[in-house]
Design a protein around this ligand. Structure first.
Ligand SMILES: [Zn+2]
Length: 354
């Protein structure tokens, strides 16, 4: 299997470098963005999000060290091998493990997230718990098969642990990353309870975290979709040149606007179904069957979006049950595969209801 990890960092500007793994149609391959300082010889000093596993984080760190060596050589006062002062600040856009499990591999860095992110962290499994969920699930069930397919590649999450933020804020926080202006803007609840976006105003870049997905169907745990839409508008209000989504290739503002419009269309369809009294599994099945973006991966995530929206419409509060929601998506993925297998075998799939 080819490695989905990138061979090089993608330079968005001379001071902003994105690590963009190829995560199409799978879970957990999140983007990270490094900001290099303006001082002579400064390498990467600020990192937006950390990878899912120790191996992925080490891969990213090697590429970051390369940035430091380049800066060292470019400054004319180093031998080109020094790694630079290293990452001093890690910003977590939100608390999902695929954006934060690697935190502990940047010792000495200050970890910053929103205050509200703490609410989501209560629902997020720690690495060992997630490994246990994957290993302990029955591979004969839809959930067990789905967990193995999408999370099995990450092994047992050895070498990472949940390291919570050192510093939290609400609203906005401005930072100076060795001469590069950084604005952290709270936009949650949206994807989770505590999302933030990272705006680099002089660079024309916004790191959107999982408020925005590209080329895969989005999943949002907190919602409702109106809030995610509002968070997308906050991204566009920054008037960026380029937007780095949480997953998938970098985007133009026009692409983010189309994505935001899609969220509102989907919201309308879900609200209509709710008003008509359609049971959630029926509506979710209809949405998936009418998928307007068949090129996007993970269509089954539409079931999670519908469930989260129904939850809000029914006035349910409390923490989302992430495993139950993934289990629901897994059922739809299982049905789709059974239908494909059935069609390939020239037979009619049985029992796709309920
Ligand atoms: Zn993510």
């Amino acid at each position: 299997m080819n490695s989905p990890l990138p061979h090089a960092l993608h330079a968005l500007t001379p001071n902003v470098h994105a690590w963009l793994p190829d995560g199409h149609a799978t879970w957990g391959m999140a983007n990270c963005v490094a900001v290099t300082g303006r001082s002579a010889g400064s390498g990467a000093v600020l990192l937006v999000d950390t990878p899912y596993t120790a191996g992925m984080t080490r891969h990213l760190k090697q590429l970051l060290d390369g940035l430091g060596a380049q800066a060292d050589a470019g400054s004319g006062n180093g031998d080109g091998n020094a790694p630079g002062p290293g990452i001093r600040t890690v910003v977590n856009t939100h608390g999902n493990g695929d954006h934060s499990y690697g935190n502990g591999l940047f010792p000495g860095a200050e970890i910053i997230a929103t205050e509200a992110n703490g609410e989501h962290l209560c629902a997020e499994p720690a690495p060992a718990e997630l490994a246990g969920l994957i290993a302990g699930s029955d591979p004969g069930t839809a959930l067990g098969a789905y967990m193995r397919r999408h999370f099995g590649r990450y092994g047992d999450f050895g070498g990472v642990r949940a390291v919570h933020p050192d510093r939290t804020f609400s609203g906005e926080l401005e930072l100076d990353a060795d001469g590069v202006a950084v604005r952290l803007v709270e936009v949650g609840p949206a994807h989770t309870a505590g999302d933030l976006i990272v705006h680099l105003p002089e660079e024309g870049v916004v790191c959107a975290g999982d408020v925005v997905f590209n080329e895969d169907h989005p999943v949002h745990w907190a919602g409702p979709l109106e809030s995610v839409h509002r968070a997308c508008l906050a991204i566009l209000d920054c008037d960026p040149r380029v937007v780095v989504p949480g997953h998938g290739p970098v985007m133009t503002p026009a692409e983010v606007r189309r994505y935001a419009d899609y969220l509102l269309d989907l919201r309308t369809a879900i609200h209509r179904g709710h008003q008509a009294g359609r049971p959630l599994p029926v509506l979710a099945g209809e949405l998936i069957a009418a998928d307007p973006y068949p090129a996007w991966g993970l269509t089954e995530r539409m079931a999670i979006l519908a469930a989260v929206e129904y939850r809000a419409l029914d006035g349910e509060t409390g923490r989302p049950d992430l495993v139950r929601l993934v289990g629901m998506a897994a059922e739809f993925a299982h049905r789709r595969e059974a239908a494909v297998d059935g069609a390939a075998a020239g037979s009619v799939p049985a029992g796709t209801g309920g």
